[in-house]
Design a protein around this ligand. Structure first.
Ligand SMILES: NC(=O)c1ccc[n+]([C@@H]2O[C@H](COP(=O)([O-])OP(=O)(O)OC[C@H]3O[C@@H](n4cnc5c(N)ncnc54)[C@H](O)[C@@H]3O)[C@@H](O)[C@H]2O)c1
Ligand SMILES: O=C(O)C[C@H](O)C(=O)O
Length: 269
């Protein structure tokens, strides 16, 4: 028999005691008209305190998923102030953007969302993120076909598709006056599920992870990459061909993360 027990507490030490998986949703959320980095100073101090609590009280193998915005930079602050948690155990949520990209393609092609795979979200969970379908495929009855070939509209893929995914969070806030809830929770479950149990063979997902310099992205940023997961570990998918259009978009979102990192550091002083 498995015994479940929920501890509801406002004591951060008690909340972090012995945890193996920490999903960090606490924070000051973005309101209509704000960019995610506008909530930086409030969240930097929250993440500094929560990192220290995890550092002191969490299990040594604790896996951390930062959801609260600005998610990538909050995760970076958390990493700085929880030095004993391995850097591979600190991630942020871009799976929501990944799922949104799958959803846009599935609608466009009128196929089931589970038949679309290997989209990529590069970079920041912000309006500079780069949703990339260059390597994405669709399962048809007979074969796997490239999304680019089936959509057959490069202009749509390079403009409306990208901006719809980039702006989806803002569109939800405009419509609801609060940020996405169920889709974000579902994406957080997807992220942890695949991280712990593994990604299906031949598929990857997007996760915000500590850059090791792959694809020329500056190390020491939390940047969203395509990853495969196995036995509780993620690995960045290597060797994907990057064209000039993608390179520019990937660098632009990295630049924003470098700016956020500088801003976050200035908030700490
Ligand atoms: N990465 C993503 O894909 C994604 C998706 C949806 C929402 N978000 C972000 O997730 C966060 C939560 O969103 P929400 O709609 O649930 O917001 P919310 O305001 O309903 O919840 C935030 C919670 O944080 C708590 N909080 C405030 N200060 C705190 C502190 N110092 N320590 C601990 N907790 C504190 C608040 O009491 C509140 O319960 C926001 O930052 C939002 O922007 C991210
Ligand atoms: O956009 C936001 O601030 C909320 C969330 O990050 C989202 O993408 O829905």
């Amino acid at each position: 028999m498995v015994a479940y027990c929920v501890v509801a507490t406002t004591d951060v030490a008690e909340a972090c005691k012995g945890v193996n998986i920490a999903v960090m949703v606490g924070g000051f959320p973005r309101k209509e008209g704000m960019e995610r980095k506008d909530v930086m100073s409030k969240n930097v101090s929250i993440y500094k305190a929560q990192a220290s609590a995890l550092e002191q009280h969490a299990a040594s193998d604790c896996k951390v998923l930062v959801v609260a915005n600005p998610a990538n930079t909050n995760a970076l602050i958390l990493k700085e102030f929880a030095p004993s948690i391995p850097e591979k155990n600190i991630t942020c949520l871009t799976r929501l953007d990944h799922n949104r990209a799958l959803g846009q393609i599935s609608e466009r092609l009128n196929v089931h969302v589970s038949d679309v795979k290997n989209v990529i979200i590069w970079g920041n969970h912000s309006s500079t993120q780069y949703p990339d379908v260059n390597h994405a495929t669709i399962n048809t009855n007979t074969a796997q076909k490239p999304v680019k070939e089936l959509v057959a509209d490069d202009n749509w893929l390079k403009t409306e598709f990208i901006s719809t995914v980039q702006q989806r969070g803002a569109a939800i806030i405009k419509a609801r006056k609060v940020s996405s809830a169920l889709s974000a929770a579902s994406a957080a479950c997807d992220h942890i599920h695949d991280w712990v149990l593994g990604t299906p063979k031949g598929s990857w997902v997007s996760m915000g992870v500590y850059s090791d310099g792959s694809y020329g992205i500056q190390p020491s940023l939390i940047y969203s990459f395509p990853v495969t997961c196995e036995k509780g570990d993620w690995n960045i998918v290597q060797g994907l061909k990057i064209d000039e259009f993608s390179r520019e978009k990937m660098d632009k979102t990295a630049e924003e993360l470098i700016e956020e990192k500088t801003l976050a550091k200035s908030c700490l002083n």
